[in-house]
Ligand binder design. Sequence first.
Ligand code: CUA
Length: 315
Amino acid sequence: MDTAGTIFLPPGSSTLAGDVDALFYFLVYASIAVFGIVVFALVFFIIRYRHRRTEKLATTQGPSHSLRLELLWSIIPTILVIIVFVWGFRVFIRMHVVPKDAMEIKVTGQKWFWSFDYPEGIATVNELVVPVGKPVKLLMSSSDVIHSFFVPHFRIKMDVLPNRYTVTWFEAIRPGNYDLFCAEFCGDGHSDMIGKVRVVSEREFAEWLETGTAGGEDLPPEQYGASLFVGRACHTCHSVEGQRMIGPALNGIFGKEHALASGERVIADENYLRESILEPQAKIVAGYEPVMPTYQGLLNDRQIDALIAYLKSLE
Ligand code: CUA
């Protein structure tokens, strides 16, 4: 269901959003109502039964209890929480039971980017492309620490764990670009672990599958490499302007000699760069942690060539 955005939530853009929002706003307004009643009674009693100087202290005995009142304030909240439980349980079930006809995409979280593997053999980084109006099942795992897959517009958030699969699903109701966040603090690069969900028409999706992740393959290698550098999230850990980040800056490194953590020295040539992309732990630059994930399977040879061409072009 289509729901408009408010100060609490962005516009809902999945089939689940209407259900989640209805329950959420019921809770918000019910809480406000109960809060209002309690505060009203509080203020009313403070004024009504305040101590007046002219009055002697009351010596009459008040009622010890009121069965009617006690029943009222027990039964009404009980009914409220039963409503919330049954309603919440139904929405919970709907969120957790994946429709049978859902297409399945494998999601991997790692420090600090998302990768998506399609059954057609395509892999993308930080960009999940899906068709509108079709249920999508996400089979998720992490290759290091706990991350959390969060798309506010779809009202889905699910932990992504190492050594275990978690599942979530959504059906987008409108084409567009939606923000994807990591919602579990996972280290230095946590706030950079963001991406996009691109919802396209069925026809555009079929075309996109045909051409693969493409985009840029017809560019000169350096430019293609530059777009991959951002598209594959290299820039979340490596600067190209000289600053030290989680990883070393990559400008001006090509052809020079570098000290390794092992005490050896290495010339940063094409083979070294290629090895560092595919087997990042093999040769760690002195002064840095061995935290880079492998890009094996996420980049083909042509893309690796392009990245190396880009790195060579940097001053
Ligand atoms: Cu991954 Cu925070």
